[in-house]
Each structure stands twice: as C-alpha cells, then as structure tokens.
Design a protein around this ligand. Structure first.
Ligand code: SF4
Ligand SMILES: [Zn+2]
Ligand SMILES: [Zn+2]
Length: 312
C-alpha cells in the first residue's frame, strides 16, 4: 500500500481519515495535529513554567518530546518533567528509568513525586488493603492529585498530559454511560483556571493511540510498555473494547465522542453553575467538588480498611 501523499510505502492506515501514510507523512501529520492543538488549548501563552507529565510510557514520551520541540525557541518558557511513582513492584521501576532517560534526552529537569511519601501508602499496599475496590479508582485519583501538587510546587502555569484520542474518547464514553455529566467540564483540556488546580492540557488528544505509539517508536524515544499488574480490574478495559469495536465498524467514532464532549461542556457553560463550583478539601487543601476530596476519602478508607462510599 502506498502513502496517500507520496510514493513511499504506507506504514499506517487511517480509516477515520480515509488515507494511508508513510513514515515521513505520519510524523509530519502528528506534529501538525500537536501544533494545532497547542495553539487551540494554550492560546497566547505569555511564557512561564510548563510541567510535562511523563509516566515512562509511549504517549507521554511522544507528548513531552513534541512539547519540548514546540517551546524550543521560547526562552521565556521553563520546562520541567514530572513523574508519579505510585509504588507498583515490577512495573513502575522500569517505567521510571525510561522517564528519566527521556527527560535526560530532552534536557529537561525531572522530578519524581512518590505516593509513599505524599499519600502515606503505595498503590500495591492500598490494593492489598482495599481488595474490593478496583485499584485504578484510588491510584488514578492519587496520581492526578500528585501531578497537580508537583506542578504547583514547581510554580507551573500549565501541565501537559499525554492523553491520546483513544484515552479521551474512552473517558467521554465512560462518563456518558455512568451519567456522570458533571465530570465532563473537568476533563482536560481545561479552559479556565480554578483555585489550586494547575490547568491541564492534552495536546495529543487528536492522535490515536496507535499513531502515538508509532511516533514514539520511529523517533526512538525511550519508553516502557509493560502492563500494570492491577490494570486487569479496570472498568476502562470494557470501554476500550467497546470503543475499539465501534471504531472498527464506524470510523470516526472517537472524534465524534470528543465533539459530543465539546457540545455538552458548551451547554453546561450556559447553565449557571453547570460546571460545578470548585471547592477545597477540608483535609488536604486540594481542589474538591464536595467538602472532602476523593483522594482523602480513599486515604481514610485505607486507615479503617473499609469499602467506600467515595464522593464523585
Ligand atoms: S493501571 Fe490502574 S493501578 Fe495501574 S498505574 Fe494505572 S491507574 Fe494505577
Ligand atoms: Zn508519504
Ligand atoms: Zn483531600
């Protein structure tokens, strides 16, 4: 199969776009989508500190590499890479080594935030003690908080996440299926500043997972692709499978889900207070929709080792 833009052999087909691309044109296309997303998500950025969330995986490696190139000629932009160590034996150490190698290659300072220090427990320990809760529930909440805390401590004006198109479309589908509409405006990219919350952007959000992987491979980026031992219990797996089948039958479903998300956020914005007024957790001071954040609710559950209810 030939590339749709030149005579070179295609390395990827893109049914959603109705074309095939060679290596050169795939890389160019990803760089262009990333650049456009940056313009859209971070318009008229005056300069400051940009935190790059790097997990050691392919998506954040691609996003951090493209963001570093994007800001290369901006001397008024300081970059810092952040990695959360959730404490997952066998899985996290090689990923952290890959993240450190990436930061080194990009010439960016690297800071690691450890759940054991900041939360008082690792994901492995919490998974043992809260054995009726899917570990991704608390691990994901804690990681989000630790990234926010790390970015805030660095004085960051924005936090760049590695979410790809598949990740975002899965989250929209999960929120729809669970009638969690109030969560829609809280998804990255953030359009406004909220107290205590470093705005998160997702400039890889137009790039499917497979293409982000190919980019990382073709660019020779250091990344680790082992799978987390707790991932099998994640509800997201079901949505990933459903979306995969939907996309196979109806190419463009992922982009349509993101448009649905945009329409809902716009509608909520027209309703007074529709986005949910952000508050502050009485225990830890992190942003919370109720009086207490979900991270603290999980920490409390750990102390007593009882199953939750956790506020949304
Ligand atoms: S798969 Fe789940 S438990 Fe594992 S690192 Fe990700 S969120 Fe945490
Ligand atoms: Zn080509
Ligand atoms: Zn809290």
């Amino acid at each position: 199969m030939e590339c749709g833009r030149c005579d070179a052999p295609a390395i990827v087909d893109r049914p959603y776009a109705g074309d095939h691309l060679c290596e050169r044109h795939l890389r160019r296309s990803i760089e262009e989508r990333f650049r456009r997303a940056m313009h859209r998500q971070l318009p008229r950025f005056p300069g400051g500190t940009v935190a790059l969330a790097i997990s050691g995986g392919k998506d954040s490696a691609t996003a951090a590499t493209l963001a570093t190139a994007y800001f290369r000629r901006r001397p008024n932009v300081r970059l810092v890479a952040l990695t959360v160590d959730e404490g997952i034996a066998g899985y996290r150490p090689p990923a952290i080594r890959a993240a450190a190698a990436l930061a080194d290659r990009l010439g960016v300072a690297h800071r690691i935030v450890r759940a054991a220090d900041a939360i008082g427990a690792t994901t492995d320990e919490a998974a043992r003690r809260l054995d009726r809760v899917a570990p991704c529930s608390f691990c994901g909440v804690w990681r989000r908080q630790l990234l926010n805390r790390g970015a805030r401590d660095e004085g960051a004006d924005v936090l760049v996440l590695g979410f790809n198109l598949d990740d975002l479309a899965q989250t929209v589908l999960m929120n729809l299926a669970r009638a969690e509409i109030a969560r829609m405006p809280r998804m990255a990219p953030h359009r406004e500043r909220r107290p205590g919350l470093v705005p998160r952007i997702a400039p890889l959000g137009d790039v499917p997972e497979r293409e982000a992987f190919l980019y990382a491979r073709l660019a020779g980026l250091p990344f680790d692709h082992s799978e987390c031992p707790h991932a099998g219990r994640a509800a997201r797996n079901v949505f990933r499978d459903v979306l995969w089948r939907l996309e196979g039958e109806i190419p463009g479903t992922r982009q349509a889900l993101l448009r649905t998300h945009g329409a809902i956020v716009a509608l909520l914005g027209e309703t007074a207070g529709g986005a949910g007024a952000p508050g502050t957790c009485v225990d830890c001071g992190e942003p919370a929709t109720g009086t207490r954040c979900r991270g603290c609710a999980y920490r409390e559950a750990l102390k007593t080792s009882v199953d939750l209810p956790v506020p949304s």
